[in-house]
Each structure stands twice: as structure tokens, then as C-alpha cells.
Design a protein around this ligand. Structure first.
Ligand code: AMP
Length: 173
């Protein structure tokens, strides 16, 4: 299975969630068991190569891949969630969106000290979400081994915001 098969399955939805945005819809990849497994294979390969102990999964589409990967490899699964969703003591990091800002949180005891962590999400756009997640991982005592995405929108140059952490994307538009 080549990543081209995943790429062609990703659907463009114009003007969602607002005018001018072309939303990259990954639900056709989830719907097709062959494609979903291929995506999980790719993420699992990245985690193995990175020597990961844990996956920091970004709310909400990162959860879909991280659960499968952590089950397969026996890794610790840590949800990074929008503010107000995690019940225990948290760290918070805010970042700028096109209009306004957003806040992500992680539980303070999410990682054992120096755990090697792969940050996982479906898509890299401007990079603010993943950069805030990397900061959360470090504040909670983990080390960011890699930031892994299914899709990268390279024209938005989000990778720049992730330095010095290594970033990987299976499919690039
Ligand atoms: P960013 O912080 O700009 O890198 O945005 C990344 C987050 O927003 C990810 O969790 C994506 O799921 C979502 N996202 C941003 N832009 C798009 C897009 N064009 N299509 C699909 N998801 C997007």
C-alpha cells in the first residue's frame, strides 16, 4: 500500500468550517479498513523508530490513530484536550488562531520523567496546535521525540513553528 492511496482518499471540503478554508476530510481513510490500517502502520512505524514510550494525542482526530497505535505497540496514551475537558490537575498552553486564541491542556502527571513522547495529530496546518502540545509535553516532564501527522499542508509552513522538534507527515499537499 502506497501513501498515494491515502492521499487520493482525502476529500477536499471547500468553505468548511468557514468561507475560504479548504478542509481536508480524512473520514474516507477511517471508513476504509485497508487505508486506516495503512495509516496506523505508518504512525506505529514512526513510534517504533523514535523509541517512544508514550503518545500525546491531540483532540480530537489525533485520538483516532493514537488509540490504535498504543494498543498495537503497548505504549502509554495521553490525551491532550481542549480546556475544560480534563478532570484532574492540568497544565495549559494557549496559542493564536486566525481569529482569537485556543487553549490546550494535559494532566500534570501524564508522563513519567523523561518519557520519550511522539505527538500525534491528523493534520499540520499553521503548526500552532502541535507547537502548544509540544510545550505541554515538556512542562509535564516528557521529551518530544517526534511530531507525527497523517497530512501536512506544506504551503502554510507550519513546520517552522515546530522547531527544534523533528516533524513527519505521511502525505503532503
Ligand atoms: P494548526 O494549529 O493550524 O496546525 O491546525 C491544526 C489543527 O486544526 C489540527 O488538529 C487539524 O485537525 C485542524 N485543521 C486545521 N486546518 C485544517 C484543514 N484545512 N483541514 C482539516 N483540518 C484542519
Amino acid at each position: 500500500m502506497s501513501t498515494d492511496e491515502i492521499k487520493v482518499a482525502i476529500r477536499d471540503v471547500p468553505d468548511f468550517p468557514k468561507p475560504g478554508i479548504i478542509f481536508k476530510d480524512i473520514t474516507p481513510v477511517l471508513q476504509d479498513p485497508r487505508l486506516f490500517r495503512a495509516a496506523v502502520d505508518i504512525f506505529a512505524g514512526r513510534c517504533k523508530a523514535a523509541g517512544a514510550d508514550a503518545v500525546a494525542a491531540i483532540d480530537a482526530r489525533g485520538f483516532l490513530f493514537a488509540g490504535a497505535v498504543c494498543d498495537r505497540l503497548g505504549l502509554s496514551l495521553v490525551p491532550v484536550r481542549k480546556k475544560g475537558k480534563l478532570p484532574y490537575k492540568t497544565y495549559e498552553e494557549s496559542y493564536e488562531l486566525e481569529y482569537g486564541s485556543a487553549t490546550l491542556t494535559v494532566h500534570r502527571d501524564a508522563f513519567r520523567s523523561k518519557a520519550r513522547v511522539v505527538v500525534m495529530d491528523d493534520l499540520l496546518a499553521t503548526g500552532g496546535t502541535a507547537a502548544a502540545t509540544a510545550r505541554l509535553v515538556e512542562r509535564a516532564g516528557g521529551q518530544v521525540a517526534e511530531i507525527a501527522f497523517l497530512v501536512e499542508l506544506a504551503f502554510l509552513d507550519g513546520r517552522k513553528k515546530l522547531a527544534p522538534h523533528p516533524a513527519f507527515a505521511a502525505v503532503v499537499f
